[in-house]
Design a binder for this molecule. Structure first.
Ligand code: NAD
Length: 253
């Protein structure tokens, strides 16, 4: 069956004819891969940890070892999981449209591992580590189990994960690329994000103002639901592949 969801014909038509497609994803797209989201009340990472203690520059200044260890544990966990059918559907979509950009708030690297190439990782990537003084990426470090995080081999400063913490600015080139694509697209898919973290949450507003059809894929309502033309209530690992198959049924595998 090509379309068990009964997608609106106008949505399928836009999928097939859109020339500029932007996709915004959040933690929900990795839920089926086994990566916990931040805000889902029962399973979210923050249900057991206070983000203010772990994902801020001041937390790192206060307790660098705690923050380093927490990210080291998440880095190890993410290395054990795999992209799911939702990640793979977005990699396939990229192949089918003329101009495509995937903007993710996720730091787990699963989109790249699924094959997405036109990709902006707005909040960084947990697999990378950088010097906390000059932001240089460091490839190798000595993960000793002592009281402090590893040090930069060049200058001796603490190393930190290459992610954007609360209270930090996004990399200017990343947000500029994302905003410019959002202001110039004719279709935006918004999948697995609570729409509460700015500036990422502003992107669907830019797309809508530019005349794009905005489609939300999320089992739950969010602050972005009201501006979406289509709200597809379900898990992205189910809905995204179904949407791609509904738009290109003759090429189903
Ligand atoms: P969030 O935790 O705030 O919200 C997750 C959203 O996903 C919710 O709206 C929820 O209803 C939805 N969701 C849950 N299961 C889903 C599913 N199976 N399919 C589709 N949607 C589903 O996540 P966010 O909006 O990305 O929050 C932003 C911050 O969380 C970002 O800064 C991001 O870096 C960080 N984060 C990233 C990861 C990761 O890299 N995988 C994990 C946790 C948090």
């Amino acid at each position: 069956m090509a379309d068990p969801f009964g997608f609106a014909p106008a949505l399928i038509d836009r999928m097939r004819t859109a020339r500029r497609v932007v996709v915004l994803t959040g933690a929900g797209v990795s839920a089926e891969s086994g990566v916990p989201t931040f805000r889902d009340a029962l399973t979210g990472l923050w249900a057991t940890f206070d983000p203010r203690e772990l994902a801020t520059p001041s937390a790192f200044a206060r307790n660098p070892k705690l923050v380093w260890d927490w990210y080291a544990q998440r880095r190890a966990q993410v290395a054990t999981v795999s992209p799911n059918a939702g990640h793979r559907a977005l990699a396939e979509l990229e192949e089918r449209v003329p101009h495509f950009l995937l903007v993710t708030q996720n730091v787990d690297g699963l989109h790249a591992r699924a094959g997405s190439r036109a990709l902006v990782e707005l909040h960084g990537n947990i697999a990378r580590v950088r010097c906390s003084r000059d932001d240089q990426i460091v490839e190798h470090w000595d993960e000793r189990n002592d009281a402090l995080p590893p040090r930069c081999p060049a200058c001796g400063s603490f190393l930190r994960p290459d992610v954007v913490w609360f209270e930090e600015m996004l990399p200017a080139d990343a947000i500029e690329r994302a905003e410019s694509a959002a202001r110039d697209c004719d279709l935006m898919l918004v999948a697995g994000t609570s729409g509460e973290v700015y500036p990422a949450a502003a992107l669907p507003h830019y797309a809508r103002a530019a005349g794009a059809r905005v489609v939300e894929i999320n089992p739950n309502a969010t602050p972005l639901s009201g501006l979406a033309h289509d709200t597809l209530r379900g898990a992205s690992a189910i809905v995204l592949p179904a949407l791609v198959r509904a738009a290109w049924p003759q090429e189903a595998t």
